[in-house]
Write a protein that binds this ligand. Structure first.
Ligand code: IMP
Ligand code: MG
Length: 183
């Protein structure tokens, strides 16, 4: 089992499984609305997935523009939970087909906020692509159009995703299972 920062990380989805799935997702995305496609990656967690998925999109003949938005949840665990824009996109989305890319769809609050924001700004279509879907955690009525893997309710790290800013560099998605005793 890989050991990083003195912790055992049990792989849940390997680099090759993710790579294969990304190419399948790209083929599905190419069948949807993709005229003058604008990809928007939701930072920070999606940056590795987005980097791989846009290159898989190229392989299936798409030529998207790429933007980034940084969103942050506030009030977690309190009654008034919300999402705010930390750093906005620069492009005008009016009349565009947009593909929002995120790492995990969990409660759905983040992507519901982002999707509504883009429709309010005049996007003609907004689709959602997520690497992982944790359905049991859903609080909002929202489904992704493209899902890499249905994920069990574990806290996962790697492939862009962190716990306390660590483990984003792992080339696979894994679960921290404990301290490595013989590291
Ligand atoms: P939600 O759908 O608004 O609840 O937001 C899901 C976001 O929470 C994801 O985009 C991640 O940034 C973060 N998140 C949820 N579960 C995990 C996890 O297992 N590992 C790392 N980040 C997570
Ligand atoms: Mg996120």
């Amino acid at each position: 089992m890989p050991v990083v920062r003195g912790k055992n990380i049990e792989p849940l989805y390997t680099a090759s499984q993710i790579n294969e799935r990304n190419h399948q997702l790209a083929a599905e995305i190419a069948k949807g609305p993709s005229r003058d496609l604008l990809v928007i990656a939701v930072l920070k967690g999606s940056f590795v997935f987005a980097a791989d998925l846009i290159r898989a999109l190229h392989d299936v003949g798409l030529a998207p523009e790429v933007e980034f938005i940084t969103l942050s949840s506030y009030g977690a665990g309190t009654v008034s939970q919300g999402v705010r824009i930390v750093k906005d996109i620069d492009s005008d989305v009016h009349g565009r087909d947009v593909l929002l890319i995120d790492d995990i769809l969990e409660s759905g609050r983040t992507l519901k906020f982002a999707k509504e924001l883009l429709y309010e700004r005049g996007a003609s279509n907004v689709s959602l692509a997520v690497l992982l879907d944790k359905k049991v955690k859903r609080q909002e009525q929202l489904e992704a159009d493209y899902v890499g893997f249905e994920c069990p309710d574990y806290f996962v790290v790697g492939y862009g995703m962190d716990v306390a800013y660590a483990f984003r560099e792992l080339p696979f998605v894994g679960v921290v299972t404990g301290d490595a005793t013989d590291a």
